[in-house]
Design a protein around this ligand. Structure first.
Ligand code: PAF
Length: 283
């Protein structure tokens, strides 16, 4: 593609028709699943896809199945025109923008459930979330027939869930992790950052500073328990209103940390007012 707008496909049939032609031409197809409100974090996923694939599809669908009744589905930021402009700038080949009826037509009753790794961290407070993610992403993989799919490490648990789901269901796609994109002060980019007040925005970068420090302490031989206890106190001091979890776990199946035998990861979720921020770093 050159300077044209991305092809906008609103139905699975329209996307498949195009992808079939690409595949007939021998093109490698990459897919970047998103819920829109594209920011630099998404753009990094699209750039990674572009550098490794001949054709790139961005999917934009705010997936109701991954929001519980008390969550922010209605308030979730949406902006089709701005998203399409960004996709055009990046010369993305296709935007797949289905409506809920296309994704979940009348009579839809199937759910994909990944066990174990969905039942801790974010899964504890958002029990609906990962089932909804696994269901929609398995559909997007089947619908797009892509060879590679790109997910941000900011949602590391989501990346693990999706990779496990694709492996377990024999979906022939490579699930590729892309490093977290951060603001200059370290705050991980997220569509939800727009909800932060000026004071909350000033406090938010402490999240990254603290988990990096926890990771450094564990690397230097401090026990995970002691490092976490320090981190919890530090986050409270920095103004976080509540801390949902701060944990150091093994990085593949999210079991107990076994560092240095296996790679570890520090995970955090904390609230500034009503805004929930998550982040993670490698140990
Ligand atoms: O990370 C997201 O934006 C969503 O969870 C995803 C992967 C697009 C599924 O709806």
């Amino acid at each position: 593609m050159t300077n044209e707008s991305p092809i906008v496909a609103r139905s699975v049939a329209a996307m498949r028709k195009e992808v079939e032609e690409w595949r007939r031409a021998g093109d490698v197809v990459g897919v970047v699943p998103t819920m829109g409100a594209l920011h630099n974090g998404h753009l990094a996923l699209l750039q990674a896809a572009k550098s490794e694939c001949d054709r790139v599809i961005a999917t934009i669908f705010v997936n109701p199945a991954q929001f519980a009744a008390n969550e922010d589905l209605d308030a979730y930021p949406r902006g089709e025109a701005a998203d399409l402009a960004k996709l055009q700038e990046l010369q993305t080949d296709m935007a797949f923008m289905p409506d809920a009826g296309e994704m979940y037509p009348d009579g839809f009753v199937t759910k994909v459930r990944v066990e174990g790794i969905t039942e801790i961290l974010c899964g504890l407070v958002r029990p609906v979330h990962f089932g909804g993610v696994a269901t929609v992403v398995s559909k997007l993989f089947n619908q797009s027939q892509a060879d590679r799919a790109y997910f941000g490490e900011k949602d590391y648990q989501q990346f693990l869930v999706v990779r496990r789901m694709a492996r377990d269901l024999d979906i022939p796609i490579d699930v590729v992790p892309v490093p977290t994109v951060r603001e200059a002060d370290g705050l991980a980019m997220s569509s939800r950052n727009v909800y932060l007040s000026i004071e909350q925005r000033a406090a938010a970068p402490a999240l990254y500073r603290v988990i990096r420090d926890v990771a450094a302490r564990v690397t230097n031989g401090t026990s995970a328990e002691a490092a976490v206890a320090w981190g919890l106190e530090e986050l409270a001091t920095c103004g976080f209103d509540s801390i949902e979890y701060l944990e150091v776990l093994e990085a593949e199946m999210l079991g107990p940390i076994d560092f240095p035998n296996k790679p570890g990861r520090v995970f955090v979720a904390a609230h500034l007012g009503s805004t929930r921020l998550i982040d993670n770093v490698a140990v």
